[in-house]
Design a protein around this ligand. Structure first.
Ligand code: SER
Length: 323
């Protein structure tokens, strides 16, 4: 029988691209996109779409039953920067949505769950370089706290109730289709947009702030791969470290300048600097590489090339449409 998939938070940065990929792999009729509002018309108009409130158990359950869903990707979340502005909102959304989905799996309405964790689970007491899978974790952001606690609950539901939940600790994700919102790593997407539209970018992180990053195509591949891996190869049921590359704002700016020599960058660190300072600079993801053969593809030069090419096309198309 074909798998029936529900993506919660399908209008967001990762949810939207995951939806396109899963539709391609499983067929439009087997992939149901959902979100709290119609905020991404590319998603809403290109396949089956439902309004689902991830914080409301009944709302999720009705959709799961209506479409006979067996697999849920829970991509709705409030990220690190927004979470610091609205701590209780972030706690409520990030935790309630996870419990609803885990409980639906425990009650056997669904069979399989994907839930993203983040490098935000680490904190200032974590070793910063090549951060191991198992290490000190004292997150200082509300977002990081929800992800760390969420990991514990995922493992608990797997061990106690046999729930097949799989998870990745995403680094900062770089993409051109849908903008990220409310994250600390968002600068690495904004910088490409500004390079095309203004030729200058004012970075909210200092020039030497090194963070783990990944191109969207790699993130989607990792997500698809971990979900299709045989059950017994998934040995970690909290969340896997996942890595591709690491860079600083200065290094992205340099790579952009190779293609756009007039590009300029200024630095005005704000409250997000402290969040970035609490996170690792690079990640050891050897368990993912060993257990289910994870391998990344895109380095910084590849990413810059693709981002500038796609965004240039996108802005030109928007300009032509408005004429
Ligand atoms: N991209 C996220 C953020 O910056 C980290 O997982 O909040």
């Amino acid at each position: 029988m074909k798998s029936k998939i529900l993506i919660i938070g399908a209008c967001g940065q990762i949810g939207s691209e995951l939806t396109f990929k899963l539709r391609e792999l499983h067929g439009d009729e087997n992939v149901i996109a959902s979100d709290i509002s119609y905020s991404n018309l590319d998603i809403v108009n290109s396949g089956i779409f439902e309004i689902v409130d991830a914080q409301n158990y009944a709302s999720v359950k009705v959709c799961v039953e209506k479409h006979k869903i067996d697999t849920v990707y829970l991509m709705a979340a409030i990220l690190s920067a927004t979470g610091e502005k609205y701590p209780m909102k972030a706690w409520d959304l990030n935790m309630e949505s996870l419990f609803h989905v885990l409980n639906l799996a425990r009650a056997k309405f669904i069979k399989k769950v994907f839930w993203p964790s983040s490098i935000a689970v680490f904190g200032t007491t974590t070793p910063k370089e090549y951060t191991p899978q198992y290490t000190t974790m004292e997150p200082t952001t509300v977002y990081g706290i929800t992800k760390q606690v969420g990991e514990r609950w995922c493992e608990y539901y797997h061990n106690k109730y046999g729930v097949d939940v799989r998870s990745l600790r995403y680094p900062g994700i770089i993409s051109w289709k849908t903008l990220p919102g409310g994250g600390t790593t968002d600068y690495a997407v904004e910088i490409y947009h500004k390079a095309i539209t203004d030729g200058i970018y004012d970075s909210f992180l200092a020039e030497d702030t090194e963070l783990p990053m990944m191109f969207m195509d790699d993130a989607i591949k990792a997500t698809v791969d971990i979900m299709k891996a045989k059950k017994d190869t998934i040995k970690i049921r909290s969340s896997y470290n996942l890595a591709a590359i690491s860079f600083t704002p200065k290094e992205v700016a340099e790579s952009i300048k190779k293609q756009l020599p007039d590009f300029k960058i200024t630095y005005n660190p704000d409250y997000r600097q402290e969040i970035a300072n609490s996170w690792p600079q690079s990640i050891n993801d050897s368990y993912a590489r060993q257990d289910w053969k994870w391998k990344h593809q895109f380095n910084l030069e590849d990413i810059t090339k693709e981002m500038l090419l796609q965004l240039d096309k996108k802005y030109k198309a928007a300009l032509n449409n408005s004429k």
